[in-house]
Unconditional design. Structure first.
Length: 235
């Protein structure tokens, strides 16, 4: 679903990414790990075209994304959950969920209600908080809401930036299981994560990013088995 070939990215005069080649096929869980400042957030911004690539090519669902507005990519199924969650704090949980599906082509009211119900089953705390304003949720609840809102957009590719940030371990485990389920259902999942070993334990494929370059890649299980090598690139 996503193919990056020799991708570079700049912010002003500064080169952030260099020669990035990465694949995320349908139904695969891909994690990108690296230290702070490695370029992980920039990589996701390039994939979703929030930051145009300065070199190389990004292909989504068989089409070059060059020149396609990010909102059009999201409506086509390339859905980005950024750091900070970006839920609407004044809206209730249920209204935030409905907002996620507002521009999905062909989404009927019945399909929306069925989708919301599935998300309540995925994260039961959201059902309990259905009428609560998003801004009054805990950090973990907000992250669950952000993920469920993204799922209601019917993603073909779901990309997430540090969903574990600041959350309790049990909440992180719940979120990672939900993402694993999404991949198993046929969605391509790309997860940027600093909890490297936890991400490697649940992903199919992994890329290690250092100073804007891919320095290791392969099966997540193999990289996890070489933890000392991986850790040497994370500092």
């Amino acid at each position: 679903m996503i193919q990056l070939t020799s991708v570079g990215a700049r912010i002003g005069p500064i080169q952030i990414l260099t020669d990035i080649t990465l694949r995320a096929p349908r139904g695969r869980f891909v994690t990108v790990i690296g230290a702070n400042g490695a370029g992980k957030t920039t990589l996701l911004r390039v994939i979703s075209n929030l930051l145009p690539a300065s070199a190389g090519k990004v292909v989504f669902d068989g089409k070059d994304t060059k020149g396609i507005a990010p909102y059009r990519l999201s409506r086509s199924g390339l859905v980005h959950v950024p750091q900070g969650r970006q839920i609407v704090p004044a809206l209730s949980v249920e209204d935030n969920l409905a907002l996620g599906a507002a521009n999905v082509p062909g989404m009927s009211r019945r399909a929306l209600n069925d989708g919301i119900e599935r998300e309540y089953e995925r994260f039961p705390i959201l059902r309990e908080r259905a009428s609560t304003a998003g801004g009054n949720l805990s950090g973990g609840e907000q992250q669950m809401l952000a993920i469920s809102r993204a799922v209601l957009m019917r993603p073909k590719v779901l990309i997430l930036d540090e969903p574990s940030l600041g959350l309790a371990p049990q909440v992180v485990a719940l979120i990672l299981r939900a993402l694993r389920e999404m991949a198993d259902s046929g969605v391509a999942v790309i997860l940027v994560e600093q909890l490297a070993m936890m991400a490697l334990a649940i992903a199919d494929d992994a890329y290690v990013l250092r100073q804007g370059k891919i320095v290791l890649s392969g099966a997540a299980s193999e990289l996890r088995g070489d933890a000392a090598v991986v850790e040497s690139y994370l500092t």
